[in-house]
Write a protein that binds this ligand. Structure first.
Ligand code: NAP
Length: 516
């Protein structure tokens, strides 16, 4: 049997008492390690995190906690090569795709270390100015933000075992809130190794960072009123979490990042082969193939003016045809595997469902694999679908196939395009392509209320833009409705989730003393 990864809770490494769940190499099929959380005393583990980790973190200032983030970043940087090796084995990703996760996590940590340093030697945040409560200015109300005195539980998705931890942990730890992470089982190894390296380096106070690998059983039952829960994963699991007894009873603050039918929209007035047209084509192909389309932000629906449907189909398909798929250990391979057999089967099923309402414009379902056995490797090529009647293709607007799949959809006019985009019922991101600044701005504002982020690409930013699917810590990540209704990142806005706002009503002398 392979090694069973221990959990780190209550300040010590603890093995589960079960046989464990195996993690596999999705390309070679080998069993890699096992995870198991059976029998952990979770209420006691959570109490330790709250009492020891929370107290120690809250005793520090923002600048001191920012220094902790920088130290964590240094530890991780020193082991970066090992993380790439784990991602290659367990996620089956090529180096560039692993970097999105690993370096993305490091970058986000570094960003919050810098933001936190600028917050200085404070232990709470003033929220706005004091406001007088009556005619006499002596009695006023000052809002303050204090770190919540609970813990932050993260339940994460399989596709970002590194970034998924650090993009949440950076603002939580900076806020002074201890973290318990439960990574998705399929790829828990990388998260576990990163936590192990940080724990071994001794850079964080006891109780500040804990990890539970394996089943989620009992985690939500151990939550208390001051805890917060940040979930990333499917809409189905999100619904279970929202309705969990403890979450409801204790009003546990919950952030949900769920699935999303993200769009790319080429505005009217762009000729085939124009700069804006080419930018759309390039970005669609990139989004379909990076991490084999296993990104919550990936483009799923591509909208073009009806007259450009055929040229767009041809241009995207021509680029997709160049994608080499197979064993990421071979340097000629551009796209590795899906994470496991279950995801491979789910992509197949989802594709079959979408095909009932769409044509296949580029068929990547059975590619010739490089250095990989198709009977074993969970590899599939990119598939572009097309639905000429975008209004009638209801499934395209509500079925997320979590793999290298996107659908091209034609629209009549601007109003039609915006209405079709909104059929995603709230998404993480929409990207717009065009060269008319006024039209782009108008479309961006029309879509902003139903999207966490609107990524606008005009030819002047062709070489500068950060990518449709790349989540930058400076910008909000999350989306309304279908996307879960969550908000993450967005610079210091991320700290709101981990703080409690309170209004202190007092004399100006007391408020002056409070503000220091
Ligand atoms: P998932 O099956 O919903 O699992 C997500 C996490 O929830 C895993 O850690 C899973 O643990 C855990 N879980 C499962 N059942 C649970 C329960 N009853 N109670 C508590 N936790 C439970 O999602 P996934 O397949 O890992 O991820 C793919 C999905 O995530 C896609 O739909 C994608 O769009 C979405 N996603 C969204 C974002 C975003 O930021 N919006 C980012 C990445 C992915 P186990 O692994 O042990 O089952």
């Amino acid at each position: 049997m392979t090694e069973r990864l221990p959990n780190f809770v209550a300040g010590r490494w603890q093995a589960g008492s079960g046989a464990g769940t195996p993690l596999f190499d999705p390309v070679l099929g080998d069993e890699l390690v096992r995870v198991d959380a059976t029998g952990l005393a979770l209420p006691a583990a959570f109490a330790f995190a709250r009492e020891q980790g929370g107290a120690a973190l809250r005793a520090l200032t923002y600048a001191q906690r920012a220094a902790l983030l920088a130290a964590v970043g240094q530890v991780l940087q020193a082991h970066r090569d090992e993380y790439f090796a784990i991602a290659l084995a367990n996620s089956g990703t090529v180096k560039n795709d692993s970097a999105v996760d690993i370096d993305g996590g490091l970058f986000t940590l570094g960003h919050y270390a810098r933001l936190g340093a600028a917050l200085g030697e404070r232990r709470f945040l003033l929220d706005g100015e004091a406001a007088r409560l009556g005619k006499d200015p002596l009695f006023q109300s000052q809002h303050v933000q204090l770190p919540t005195q609970g813990l932050a539980l993260f339940i994460n998705a399989f596709n970002f075992p590194s970034w998924g931890l650090w993009e949440k942990a950076a603002p939580a730890l900076l806020s002074g809130v201890p973290v318990v992470v439960k990574p998705a089982t399929a790829t828990a190894w990388l998260t576990q190794r990163m936590v192990k390296d940080v724990v071994d380096a001794g850079v964080l106070p006891a109780g500040a960072l804990s990890i539970v690998c394996g089943s989620s059983a009992g985690l939500l039952d151990a939550l208390q009123p001051q805890d917060v829960l940040s979930f990333t994963g499917s809409a189905e699991t999100a619904a279970l979490i929202r309705s969990h007894r403890c979450v409801a009873q204790h009003s546990v603050r919950v952030n949900i990042e769920a699935d999303s039918l993200n769009s790319a929209l080429l505005l009217q007035g762009e000729a085939p082969g124009s700069a804006a047209f080419e930018l759309l084509v390039k970005e669609v192909v990139r989004e379909m193939t990076v991490k084999s389309g296993q990104k919550c932000t990936a483009i799923r629906r591509v909208f073009v003016p009806a007259a450009l449907y055929a040229p767009a189909a041809e241009a995207i398909a021509a680029r997709l045809a160049k994608t080499t798929v197979g064993n990421p250990r071979n340097e000629t391979v551009r796209m590795g595997a899906l994470v496991n057999r279950a995801q491979f089967d789910a992509v197949r099923e989802g594709l079959a469902l979408l095909r009932t309402q769409a044509d296949v414009l580029h068929d990547g379902a059975t590619p010739t694999l490089v250095d990989a056995d198709p009977a074993v490797a969970c590899c599939t090529g990119p598939t572009l679908l097309g639905a000429k009647d975008a209004d009638a293709a209801g499934r395209i607007h509500d079925t997320e196939v979590f793999g290298p799949v996107a659908t091209l959809l034609p629209y009549r006019d601007a109003a039609h395009a915006l209405a079709l985009v909104r059929r995603g019922q709230g998404s993480l991101v929409a990207s717009l392509y065009g060269s008319d600044a006024g039209a782009l701005a108008a479309a961006a504002l029309e879509l902003a209320s139903s999207h966490g982020r609107v990524h606008v690409i005009s030819p002047d930013v062709a070489a500068l833009h950060t990518g449709h699917g790349n989540v930058m810590p400076q910008s909000l990540h999350g989306g309304p409705g279908r996307a879960g209704g969550g908000e993450e990142l967005g610079g210091l806005r991320a700290l709101n989730f981990y703080h409690r706002r309170s209004a202190v009503q007092a004399s100006t002398a007391v408020l002056a003393a409070l503000a220091g």
